[in-house]
Design a protein around this ligand. Structure first.
Ligand code: KIV
Length: 283
């Protein structure tokens, strides 16, 4: 049965009612299909696809075209779920004009409902211009993988009073610039709680604890597919990586020893046609 797609107002109501929104990343058609069946409130086509799908060591190489292709597939798989396209590195940093054009590409080519971009006060002019262009923008602060070099690697942020104050100031600036929601990554729960109190817009967490208005997780982590590293905040709900290897091994073993395929997996020739064929071939 199809459900009604969330709107920004539904998300706001969830926050005001003290109910959590739940979302997950998706990069392809079938994951999006299952996520919609599972009743996710939102899907993020994250630039984490660089690591989870393409095997890059980070998100920097990811291009706009890759993000658009994967967003299109996710849109087809989850037509009734709120989909967010993630702006990849250099799609919004160079100029406000490029930021608006690339945010618009996500909407025109992949029919997303919103876009997300990383950074605090330094990307507020981009957030404002995209919002002025009539699009929904989500901010993303705390650990920001595209600028993790400046942050000293994939490290938790806001763990001291001074740095926490910086994260809170970023959050307030993003709301003032016109973002409809904010994602906070890898900061202590108390800091996320303060942000949530201060902001009228929904504040979501990935690795920022239970004080948020909702949670995001990476699908490849939840399913136990991503093997390169496991951040502290990840909980694996399945071990599909191991299960996949096991299924592939069983298939290989059966194909090698002749247990597969059998009659059950074979097409039958039309009655009498095999002897006709043999006669034809012996003429
Ligand atoms: O790309 C992504 O999946 C993200 C999350 C890490 C928040 O931006």
């Amino acid at each position: 049965m199809s459900k009604n797609k969330m709107t920004r107002f539904d998300l706001l109501k969830l926050k005001r009612d003290g109910q959590k929104a739940v979302w997950i990343t998706a990069y392809d058609y079938w994951t999006a299909t299952f996520a919609e069946q599972a009743g996710m409130d939102m899907l993020l086509v994250g630039d984490s696809l660089g690591m989870c799908i393409y095997g890059y060591s980070g998100t920097i190489p990811v291009t706009m075209d890759q993000c658009i292709w994967h967003s299109e597939a996710v849109r087809r798989g989850a037509p009734n779920t709120f989909v967010i396209g993630d702006m990849p590195f250099l799609s919004y940093q160079v100029s406000v004009e490029e930021a608006v054009r690339n945010a618009g590409r996500f909407h025109k080519e992949a029919a997303v409902d919103a876009i997300k971009l990383e950074g605090g006060r330094r990307v507020c002019s981009q957030i404002q211009a995209i919002a002025d262009g009539g699009m929904l923008v989500m901010g993303h602060i705390g650990l920001t993988p595209q600028s993790s070099g400046q942050q000293g690697g994939f490290k938790a942020q806001g763990r001291t009073a001074e740095t926490a104050r910086g994260v809170i100031e970023d959050a307030m600036a993003i709301e003032a610039a016109g973002a409809f929601a904010l994602l906070v990554e890898a900061v202590p729960p108390e800091v996320c709680g303060i942000i949530r109190e201060k902001l009228g817009i929904p504040v979501y967490s990935i690795g920022a604890g239970w004080e948020a208005d909702g949670q995001l997780m990476i699908c490849s982590d939840v399913l136990g597919i991503f093997q390169a590293f496991t951040p502290k905040f990840v909980k694996k709900y399945e071990s599909l990586g191991q299960k996949t290897v096991h299924a592939f091994q069983q298939y290989a073993q059966e194909a090698r020893n002749g247990q597969f395929p059998t009659e059950e997996h074979a097409y039958k020739m039309v009655e009498g046609e095999l002897s006709k064929l043999k006669n034809m071939l012996s003429e």
